[in-house]
Design a protein around this ligand. Sequence first.
Ligand code: NDP
Length: 485
Amino acid sequence: MTHPAQPKASHFINGEYVEDTAGTPIPVIYAATGEQIATVHAATPAIVEQALSTAKAAQKEWAKMTGTERGRVLRRAADIMRARNHDLSVLETYDTGKPLQETLVADATSGADALEYFGGLAASLTGEHIPLGEDWVYTKREPLGMCVGIGAWNYPTQIACWKGAPALACGNSMVFKPSETTPLCALKVAEILIEAGAPAGVFNVVQGMGEVGGALVTDPRVDKVSLTGSVPTGKKVYAAAAAGMKHVTMELGGKSPLIIFDDADVDNAVGGAINGNFYSSGQVCSNGTRVFVQKGIKEKFLARLAERTGNAVIGDPMDEATSFGPMVTENQMNIVLGYIEKGKEEGARLICGGNRADKDGYFIEPTVFADVTDDMTIAREEIFGPVMSVLDFDTEEEVVARANDTEFGLSAGVFTKDFTRAHRVIGNLEAGSCFINSYNDAPVEAPFGGVKASGVGRENSKEAIKHFSQVKSVYVRMGDVEAAF
Ligand code: NDP
């Protein structure tokens, strides 16, 4: 019997599901059991061509519609997503393994927020009038054209919406390639947009590995590439886009600091560290994986952290009582287990976890290491799994310097009751998305993205509009033209 997660076909192009079984089969594995639940096929060159030529043709008509009309489509799509939240959340859980307890509140819902927010902005994307005596200049905010979105595997619905919603609001079209690991959810986003009234071809989904992503990024008809992925992939994609002078948004990895001063509320700080390390089993780019704790509260913090981490409910992600799910793939599980071994070998003190959980599927216990030093592998490299490193510090000056000593700069957080210090520390940290007495909140209203190797550009908020549109300026002369001859 066909599993309910099996899509009708692999790709969604020009308003309909499209199949080409000549493409390499991609098995979809449910991470909680290791069972194959669906198969899709990587896009063949013919499918890539179909998607690009369709999106190119559809963009012009879409851009001619008024912002109000485009916004209405996006807002209708948001309503449909919310009405189907339960089914979409179950699919997200099949795609990623993340517990339903999370997917019910964080995936289709945040995708719907993006559709609603950018749908609301679409009608307000206007230019300026710049008076110059009798003459004047006016500006227009115009779409970039055809955009390519490429997603990572941790938030397949959210990533498709965070890229698709602002792109479409500005009058662009998009070809979206999900990660080969999680190919299911973006198809539903495409289906819902059509149902909401989007013209066929405005948002298309093609499956495939890096090779398909590469074909999309290098096509001369593409005007912009927005990638969510790792730093090494980001460097490759950025270089390929630069060769074609394309616009880019790069949402890449991190090794973000979470700094806890000894005047902090310990339970809130522990809560922040848990949210910043164990949500989605640690597979979150902005995670605060270097937890710097001032020496005065170190042991109290570790004791409370171990106690609360012991309350994680690890198990069947479809059971709403489960609060901690598996790694997305066996490969990712093995990478993370490798880092845990490195942490042990390099002398970090294991506080809790440290093993594969005794279950089918790709579960790893939430793991905390203390006495981690700056040079240890687990403190330097992005692990993308449930491994928290706790490091000690004495002074503000010292911790800021150590926090910034990394190639990454996605996020940073600080817990303290001293608000002057909180703002001063955040001001001195090299990071794009920061938190005070909180961690990992990502409302659509706030800009999201990194500095240094963690990225280029911002997603969400009005900032995203700037990255999916360009300004045309028009000089209007009222008098005669003076010329030298
Ligand atoms: P990857 O960088 O491996 O892949 C990202 C996407 O790029 C995938 O769809 C991948 O395809 C595709 N891709 C790979 N090579 C190329 C290429 N040469 N040209 C075009 N596309 C290519 O990342 P993961 O999927 O492993 O995701 C984890 C990473 O994503 C982590 O580093 C994490 O920090 C980052 N991330 C960043 C976020 C942010 O907003 N800053 C949010 C979430 C994750 P395929 O995998 O199918 O081969």
